[in-house]
Design a protein around this ligand. Structure first.
Ligand code: ASP
Length: 425
């Protein structure tokens, strides 16, 4: 089970969450104020392009710094702690199954909403000269092959998360199987894990300021014009994201896990805020892992596997944007999609969201894959780019909420959820 965490640390987390939320709201307020007063004023540029940019970037880099060492060490220890390797297959199967199921539900909701609301109908933007060229998205075969590392150091230095996950799981299994000679290495990993978690804790102390700067910068730079024509699309994606986060996940928690969603969301406020501020599930990973283990009481053997895997492949929020965007683009170009077409969107958007890396804006690049599959004009992506940043931030918060939901459900099913910690206020 998870190590016992001193009460003081829980108390601190509560205060820290409050400070992070204050940073988030203050960042929005200051950003909007700068935008309103004039983002091109010298003082605005000094604040936004220098101060907020530098501090925000340093915070982001520090988060990213911890991701690879944390996943490697914590997952290797987590796997070793499972003792019985066969459990790994069962946990992996359940996790993947739930990730796929929640994603398919997310896209279906998105498509249903877009078909009813018709955000793209009557859209009269010129179809030529949108000035957007889609980047090439990788094919499925390549995505699959690239799960397997050929060089662990390259995988780590290039931050290829799935490869690091595969290596860490193998290392964890081998450490257990090697018996006595493997113990020393395991102890070294255990001690590194404690040190890295402490680093995460230290970094979290500056999170309120980091979040403030990242968010103030986005809101200061956001153009209001783009929102006018895309308001229906923007609000629709937001609405589906909210429904999925606050209806689908709670239903899953209650029905499959017998767990209360209220405490769940309260404890997830810090990682959700960091996800919103960074628009990156990958960069948020240390914060999500910490909250899921220490505040929600998921045992490390489960959390260290489900959370990094989820941050890499489980992107329900992204799938929602891709679902709404595909229907929106088809409607904007006056192209009709039949029932088989909608099914294709569910399948390809599930795969596209799996292939989306947990970094800002990649979901929109992977949207090209869905559009190509549907024979829809890929330039259509240019239509939605103007409002994508805010949606990216929101969908990233949903993405990590999905990871935490599945992690809690899998842990509950395996008897690896500390209910006292989960229910503790
Ligand atoms: N920014 C998202 C994430 O990191 C991915 C995306 O939708 O672009 O989860």
């Amino acid at each position: 089970m998870s190590e016992v965490v001193p009460e003081a640390e829980f108390g601190d987390s509560g205060q820290l969450t409050r400070r992070i939320l204050i940073g988030l709201v203050a960042g929005m307020a200051i950003g909007v104020a700068i935008n309103f007063l004039g983002k091109d004023l010298a003082i605005s540029r000094l604040l936004v392009d220098d101060l907020f940019y530098v501090v925000g970037e340093i915070f982001l880099r520090s988060l990213k710094l911890l991701v690879v060492p944390l996943v490697l060490v914590s997952l290797a220890c987590g796997t070793a702690a499972l003792e019985d390797v066969t459990k790994l297959g069962r946990i992996g199967g359940k996790t993947l199954g739930l990730y796929l199921l929640t994603t398919a539900i997310a896209i279906s909701l998105a498509i249903l909403a877009a078909v009813i609301v018709e955000p793209g109908v009557g859209f009269n933007l010129p179809t030529e000269a949108l000035g957007f060229t889609a980047k090439e998205s990788p094919g499925f075969a390549q995505i699959f092959i690239e799960i397997f590392p050929s060089n662990p150091f390259e995988a780590m230095s290039e931050g290829r998360m799935l490869q690091v996950i595969v290596f860490a799981v193998l290392l964890g299994i081998a450490m257990t199987l090697s018996g006595e000679p493997g113990r020393d290495l395991l102890r070294l990993f255990e001690s590194s894990n404690a040190v890295i978690m402490k680093l995460v804790f230290m970094l979290m102390q500056i999170a309120p300021v980091g979040i403030f700067c990242l968010i103030a910068k986005v809101f200061a730079n956001e153009g209001v014009d783009a929102f006018e024509s895309l308001l229906k699309y923007f609000l629709l994606v937001l609405a589906v994201l909210f429904v999925h986060a606050f209806v689908t996940y709670p239903l899953f928690l209650v029905i499959l896990g017998g767990l209360s969603p209220v405490g769940f969301f309260r404890k997830l406020r810090a990682p959700m805020s960091v996800a919103f501020g960074t628009a990156s599930s990958g960069a948020t990973l240390p914060v999500t892992l910490r909250a899921v283990e220490e505040r929600l009481g998921v045992d490390r053997s489960i959390a260290s596997f489900t959370i990094p895997l989820g941050a890499t492949i489980n992107m329900d929020g992204t799938a929602i944007m891709q679902g709404v965007a595909t229907v929106f683009i088809a409607q904007a170009y006056g192209i009709t999609i039949g029932p088989a077409g909608y099914l294709t969107i569910v399948l390809t958007a599930t795969l596209a969201s799996i292939g989306t890396a947990g970094v800002p804006g990649v979901g929109t690049i992977m949207l090209a894959m869905v559009l190509r599959q549907m024979d829809l004009p890929v330039e259509g992506i240019g239509l939605i780019l103007g409002v994508d940043r805010l949606l990216d931030m929101t969908r990233t918060a949903v993405n990590i909420t999905g990871d935490a939901t599945v992690s809690c459900i899998v842990a509950r099913g395996e008897g690896k959820l500390d209910l006292d910690a989960f229910n503790r206020d």
